[in-house]
Design a protein around this ligand. Structure first.
Ligand code: SF4
Length: 450
């Protein structure tokens, strides 16, 4: 909701009838501004008020979906310029371009490698999000054949790239209900592309070769013709100009509520780069500011890992750290006499210590305390990781019944908790582990005698 409580209040009846469950219309308005209640809770808002409030509640950047099924890409709906203001919502879709001039074998090999690529990060399995297939040959039949090959080998979403509506139409026949994005409508072909997008119910990318004014005119034309799911390509490719232009688009959409540019943006870093390294850096820039879909030309596992990690960091809600569910985890196949280590439920902390225990070859019990996703020292200094909490977790998880020993290892960073914890757990020996996760293997080798 972009309006403040006071602005919303102006549209309410101001009778304070309490039917909405709030004592006054102002109280209801304040709650509505904080998205804590639905407008429909007040039965007395007139049509004019409803229209105004609903228009204000409309996301400034439209949510656009590419593909269908579980792996569809959803982009847009962003509401802030900087992630620390609130959060970025829909992670940038990372897509690999395949040209129809490649041989069938090359295409099949690339699709297999890219579709099969995955990486585990903080408990999530991540990978590339789709393919953009380009009609480089200029031939409709060749393009359709290439699209059919890719489509038959992957369930990742597709972007079909053809300037010729006939080629696009032939390719669309090969993808069934896959709902690919169509790239791109320009001032020369917009009428035909709009008709195709309407016919197949697919999102349509709009490309301008003459700046943001032309881009806005084209999106208005497409929207007026009935295609609402649009994607912007401002036609800018370099480092500085794409940074400036993508920032302008985001500002116009959010700060000015300029609807013709209130759509997700697609970029092609390979077209603005003179080397593979430059493509990687430009792709990273676009993920940070402000591309919703980045199409890369050269896939390598190293580049994918870098971009996926960067994207994960940028699109993590800064107010909600990635968390593990509190509980007693098994690292490897621990036995009753295996070490019991304690940590917090900040995902990075968990995966650091779990990874070190695993690579050091120590099957262990890892007790994860609920610290609201904070790391060890932050949680301790915030009063969320203390002796009482650790003792409660040890008892709550019935550690004494699962283990043949009574030794619990706390992180070295909170050695100060040892005395209090000894009081809380009088039957247990409290061991102070290393400050850094990477030292846990050496610590156990020297100190674990069970
Ligand atoms: S139901 Fe509507 S008119 Fe009545 S108090 Fe709530 S907001 Fe005001």
């Amino acid at each position: 909701m972009a309006l403040t409580g006071i602005q919303i209040y102006k549209f309410l009846p101001k009778t304070n009838c309490k039917e909405c469950g709030f004592p006054t219309c102002l109280a209801f308005a304040m709650k509505l501004a904080a998205a804590g209640v639905e407008l429909s809770a007040c039965p007395y808002v007139n049509d004019e008020g409803k229209a105004a409030l609903e228009a204000a509640a409309k996301p400034p950047i439209r949510l656009v979906t590419i593909g269908a099924g579980e792996k569809k890409i959803e982009v847009g709906n962003e509401t802030v310029m900087f992630r620390h203001e609130k959060t970025f919502v829909h992670p940038t879709g990372l897509v690999v371009r395949i040209k129809d001039t490649a041989s069938a074998d090359e295409v099949a090999k690339a699709v297999e490698e890219i579709s099969g690529y995955s990486v585990d990060r903080v408990g999530m399995t991540l990978g590339m999000d789709g393919f953009a297939i380009q009609n480089e040959s200029g031939d409709a039949a060749t393009f359709a054949k290439c699209v059919a090959t890719v489509s038959s080998q992957t369930d990742l979403p597709l972007i079909l790239m053809a300037g010729d509506p006939a080629g696009m139409s032939a390719a669309l026949e090969k993808v069934g209900d896959a709902k690919p994005a169509l790239y791109a409508a320009t001032k020369d072909n917009i009428d035909q592309m709009v008709e195709l997008a309407k016919k197949c119910g697919c999102p349509l990318a709009i490309r301008s070769s003459d700046g943001l004014n032309e881009l806005a005119e084209l999106t208005e034309k497409a929207a007026a013709a009935g295609v609402k799911d649009l994607i912007l390509d401002p036609g800018i490719r370099g480092f500085a100009d794409s940074l400036v232009t993508l920032t302008q688009i985001r500002r116009l959409a959010l700060a000015k509520r300029f609807e013709p540019l209130g759509y997700p943006v697609i970029t092609f870093p390979g077209e603005g780069a003179s080397s593979l390294d430059e493509e990687a850096v430009l792709a990273a820039q676009h993920i940070a500011k402000y591309a919703s879909i980045v199409v890369i030309d050269h896939f390598t596992p190293a580049l994918a890992l870098s971009l996926i990690t960067l994207r994960l960091n940028i699109y993590t809600d800064p107010q909600k750290p990635i968390q593990m569910k509190p509980g007693l985890y098994q690292i490897g196949e621990p036995k009753a006499d295996s070490p019991l280590c304690v940590t917090t439920n900040f995902s990075l902390t968990y995966f650091s210590i779990a990874g070190e225990l695993e690579s050091a070859g120590w099957p262990s019990w890892l007790l994860v305390c609920d610290t609201e996703g904070l790391s060890v020292l932050t949680a301790w200094s915030a009063g969320k990781f203390d002796a009482e909490k650790i003792a409660k977790a040890v008892k709550g998880e019935n550690a004494a019944e699962k283990m043949s020993h009574r030794n619990v290892i706390i992180p070295g960073g909170v050695a100060v908790l040892r005395g209090e914890l000894e009081e809380e757990l009088p039957d247990w020996k409290i061991m102070v582990g290393p400050r850094e996760a990477m030292a846990v293997g050496g610590f156990l080798k020297e100190n674990w005698k069970n």
